[in-house]
Design a protein around this ligand. Structure first.
Ligand code: FAS
Ligand code: PHB
Length: 397
């Protein structure tokens, strides 16, 4: 058994793990990242596309923001389309000039991977049988195998950045953890294509046929979503069937401008609201999807992960640099207040914009009336805008 000593063992090389590793490195704290998959597999998962300012600032703090600022698209608003009418949510005008950035999670992950490799920092890909031990003591351990060789890591802390299906949360005794979950009765069929976006900003669409989202990755690469029944299988959806259904959910302007082309990625993602309480278990912390999941309607998933990492990296730096555990002791509470606010917005926006199987005509009319009110109310538009750009970190402090 090869034994290695490191200050922080990070499980998972998605955006949470990589961002944490980069922030700790800049503070002189050594971390080893263990990742179950290959780097190419991680990059091949097409996920988030919208960065809040808090995330942009953190990527800059990590020193990996150059390409994001070069290639990312700043968006000052988005359209809502329902009952055949478009309404623009003027993010900048409603939030005193704030905006979001379109920059794919894949690109951010690539930037973080390249920065880590460039600094010669250790990441073990295709780490098998990762297991966490003794995290309720001052000497936590992590074991794994690589190419058939057993390894053991002795560390001060474990960062569970291993996503919803990871090993860290699953390793916490059930008596020590509370999980809140709501699974939605539909999924998102996503398609990525090298075609120019149908509009220069995003369009969130609510129709009797279901929700749709027109997003993008650049001025030449588009990302589209269709609400589909949970029973749908990806092989049932040809590219042509996708484009045909999207046309039915677009308005005439959208149909006229839509440029279709072959999919370069197509997948169906389930939607759930999920929160773990607490997020700290002795010397082990959960961050990102390991601790919570939001339905992607509010574009919060990746941004919540970034905020967790901001709080966790500050807490660990404070532990080592100032010999203070105040940040560590407050980590869970600080994250959860922000998590629940984002969960609430994501749940509210999802139930407003999607068709639920058990809904009847009156629910459709009530949702139309709510959308009509929100789009014609300065307060209604502001509540959507301030949540979409991301509430301030000290909101309600
Ligand atoms: P991740 O799941 O990205 O990364 C966890 C990593 O841990 C993975 O690489 C995994 O391989 C690894 N891992 C798991 N178990 C392990 C083990 N036992 N040992 C070692 N490694 C292990 N968010 C948005 O804002 N907008 C979106 O449109 C959006 N779409 C999404 C679509 C899908 C299908 C999914 C699943 C999520 C989506 N999200 C979206 C949310 C997504 O962007 C997450 O918020 C983001 O990936 C969170 O990053 P991580 O916390 O790093 O988790
Ligand atoms: C995306 O571009 O993938 C995206 C954008 C906004 C969302 C969800 C997903 O709300």
């Amino acid at each position: 058994m090869a034994i290695q000593r490191v200050q922080v063992a990070i499980i998972g090389a998605g955006p949470s793990g990589l961002l944490l590793g980069q922030l700790l490195h800049k503070a002189g704290i050594e971390a080893l990242i263990l990742e179950r998959q290959t780097g190419d597999y991680v990059l091949g998962r097409i996920r988030a596309g919208i960065l809040e300012q808090v995330t942009i600032d953190l990527v800059d703090e990590a020193g990996v923001g150059a390409r994001m600022h070069r290639e990312g698209l700043v968006h000052d608003g988005f359209d809502m389309l329902f009952d055949g009418q478009r309404h623009r949510v003027d993010l900048a005008g409603l939030t005193g000039g704030q905006h979001v950035m379109v920059y794919g999670q894949t690109e951010l992950t690539r930037d973080l991977m390249e920065a880590r490799a460039g600094a010669g920092l250790p990441t073990v890909y295709e780490a098998r049988d990762v297991a966490v031990h003794d995290f309720d003591t001052t000497h936590p351990r992590v074991t794994y195998t690589k190419d058939g060789v057993a390894h053991e890591i002795h560390c001060d802390f474990i960062a569970g950045c291993d996503g919803f299906h990871g090993v860290c949360r699953a390793s916490v005794p059930r008596s020590a953890i509370t999980e809140y979950e709501k699974v939605y009765p539909f999924g998102w069929l996503g398609l990525l294509s090298d075609t120019p976006p149908v509009h220069h900003e995003l369009i969130y669409i609510a129709t009797p046929r279901g929700f749709s989202l027109c997003s993008q990755r650049s001025t030449t690469r588009s990302r589209y979503y269709l609400q589909v029944p949970l029973t749908d299988k990806i092989e049932e959806w040809s590219d042509e069937a996708f484009w045909q259904e999207l046309r039915l959910r677009l308005d005439e302007e959208g149909r006229d401008r839509l440029v279709t082309g072959p999919s370069i990625e197509k997948s169906i993602a389930p939607l759930r609201s999920f929160v773990t309480e607490p997020l700290r278990f002795g010397r082990m912390f959960l961050a990102g999807d390991a601790g919570h999941i939001v339905p992607p309607t509010g574009a919060k998933g990746l941004n919540l992960a970034a905020t967790d990492v901001k709080y966790l990296s500050s807490a660990l730096i404070e532990h080592y640099a100032e010999r203070s555990d105040a940040g560590i002791d407050h980590y869970s509470q600080r994250c959860l207040r922000r998590i629940w606010r984002a969960e609430r917005f994501s749940w509210w926006f999802t139930q407003l914009m999607h068709r639920f199987p058990d809904e009847g005509p009156i629910e459709a009319k009530l949702k139309s009336a709510e959308l009509d009110y929100l789009m014609n109310s300065a307060n209604g538009l502001k509540t959507i805008a301030e949540n979409y750009v991301g509430l301030p970190l000290d909101f309600g402090a």
